[in-house]
Design a protein around this ligand. Structure first.
Ligand code: ZN
Length: 254
């Protein structure tokens, strides 16, 4: 049996730790819940990356690895975490997709080149992925999951087993969904600034997402499945462009 005082004490402890864990995303200033130490989430990212690399065929085609590394490293070098051991790997997979993990570990599928047809368009994807790492979206996602599980435990004690089961399903869904829409929009926003600073034309981001939408057809690429609707995304990017163009025009990399 769990007494009421324990529940109240537990809720107090959690709210205190949530308060202590509030952080701010770079460039956007959005408040974030981060419960994991950065070193821990980075170690988890590195482990997951190793596992993906051991199970997925890696491309050594310089037509892909050349631009992915060059563009990725250039953007990473001017990010808020230039000291991370950034790594950019091309996977042999025809799905137009890319991903980023804590610790600066980025993956790009060969299928991405069906939609990223120029260096500027590829830079839009690379900068978006670097943006996820800069804003610590992996840590945030895991923290939300932890908070949800704590909530499930407390909820289970309060309202009984059935309701806890329902909450548990919601929590599981949270793990499966890669990043939230808020995080995706934020990675777009940060990515647009970063690509412009690195000397890549941010207007190419619009073309990239148009290509993605055209490629998707009835069966949407995985990369888009949890992402904002392509039309919303393109509109948001177009609205942000006037504020971002000065970074591009003054970039020393151009
Ligand atoms: Zn993303």
């Amino acid at each position: 049996m769990i007494g009421k005082s324990w529940i109240r004490g537990g809720a107090l402890a959690i709210s205190l730790s949530l308060l202590a864990a509030c952080e701010t995303a770079p460039l956007t200033g959005r408040n974030q819940l981060i419960l994991l130490p950065e070193s821990q989430s980075q170690a988890m990212g590195v482990d997951a990356y190793q596992e993906i690399k051991s199970k997925t065929p890696i491309s050594n085609d310089p037509r892909y690895t050349g631009p992915v590394n060059e563009i990725g490293q250039r953007i990473a070098a001017i990010s808020t975490q230039p000291g991370l051991n950034w790594e950019f790997t091309v996977f042999e997979d025809e799905t137009p997709n890319a991903f980023a993990l804590p610790g600066g570990k980025v993956g790009v599928n060969t299928g991405l080149f069906k939609v990223a047809k120029t260096d500027d368009q590829l830079a839009a994807v690379m900068a978006h992925e670097v943006g996820h790492v800069m804003a610590r979206h992996g840590s945030e996602r895991m923290s939300t999951q932890m908070a949800t599980q704590l909530g499930v435990q407390l909820g289970g004690a309060v309202v009984g087993q059935e309701y806890a089961g329902l909450l548990g399903q919601v929590a599981t869904l949270g793990v499966v969904l890669p990043y939230s829409r808020i995080q995706e929009s934020e990675a777009d926003e940060i990515g647009l600034i970063m690509m412009a600073k690195a000397g890549y034309d941010p207007r190419a981001a619009v073309t990239l997402w148009q290509n993605f939408a055209a490629e998707g057809g009835s069966r949407q690429p995985e990369f888009l499945s949890t992402h904002p609707h392509p039309e919303t995304r393109i509109k948001d990017i177009e609205a942000a462009l006037p504020g971002v163009m000065p970074y591009y025009e003054s970039s020393p990399y151009r």
